[in-house]
Design a protein around this ligand. Structure first.
Ligand code: SAM
Length: 246
């Protein structure tokens, strides 16, 4: 999968994509990340990319011309032949695991990072989607773009060593994941649950499922109405105080 990132601060991305899983994914060619400095497409002598807002008030607004120029140069002049172009904005659809999985189906995805008060409203004519990473405001779209690239990449086959992991992690099936333990068996008086060292795979699976249900019920009951629950799951949850219509 190929990502194109349009930003005023390409240096911010070094480090994040240069280590660990994303670095290996890049080295193996499973993902490619191209950074495009919007400033390089500002044609005036001083490479101006932002101006004060019409109507007054504080804050700067990103000018439309360098953004259109950058996108059209890199992605082409024909909108129908361009990959999806996502504007990162706190006003967009809130990003989640379903969107990450959906974006991972694309062979090519472009991300546009805003700064200051955001982009000139006319830039919305260029973008195909608007994504927020949560109901708070950051100083720029670069960290949101990193979040999207990371979460989407996990769904690309081969990026995560254990291919089942992205589909079992929290949120993948509408539940939080069960707890994990590793060596030592006992640490500062805290022991790994006996069931996990029992060797009974079916019972371990049931324990994990129940822990996952319990965690979700305790921490994020709002997720349960959308989770796929079996009759056993529902029975377990009812014993905890959950009611089907909740
Ligand atoms: N004035 C804008 C508003 O109130 O909607 C906020 C602008 S914010 C300070 C600057 C840039 O950061 C935005 O253009 C966007 O690209 C990015 N940004 C900030 N918060 C974000 C979020 N929660 N999700 C995605 N992008 C965000």
């Amino acid at each position: 999968m190929r990502f194109e990132i349009f930003t005023l601060f390409p240096n911010m991305f070094s480090g994040v994509f240069d280590d660990s899983i994303l670095q290996r994914a890049r080295e193996s060619g499973r993902i490619e990340i191209f950074l495009h400095d919007i400033r390089a497409y500002a044609r005036d002598r001083h490479h101006v990319t932002d101006e004060t807002a019409y109507g007054g008030g504080g804050g700067m607004v990103m000018k439309p011309e360098p953004i259109f120029e950058a996108v059209e140069t890199i992605l082409g002049n024909e909108p129908a032949r361009r990959p999806p172009l996502i504007l990162l904005t706190p006003q967009g659809r809130v990003f989640n695991t379903d969107l990450a999985r959906e974006f991972a189906q694309q062979p090519h995805l472009a991300l546009l990072c805003g700064r200051y008060e955001g982009v000139d409203e006319r830039v919305r004519a260029l973008v195909t989607d608007e994504i927020s990473i949560g109901d708070y405001v950051l100083t720029g779209g670069e960290i949101p773009a990193m979040v999207v690239v990371d979460a989407v990449s996990r769904f690309i086959p081969g990026v995560i060593g254990d291919p089942s992991a992205p589909h079992q992690d929290s949120h993948a099936a509408g539940l939080l994941e069960h707890p994990h333990y590793t060596r030592p068996l006992e640490f500062r008086g805290m022991r790994v649950p006996d069931i996990l060292v029992s060797g009974h795979h079916a019972q371990i699976e049931r324990w994990r499922r129940n822990e996952s249900l319990k965690r979700t019920w305790e921490r994020r009951p709002d997720l349960l109405p959308r989770a796929a629950l079996s009759e056993d799951d529902k029975q377990f949850l009812r014993a905890l105080g959950w009611r089907d219509e909740q």
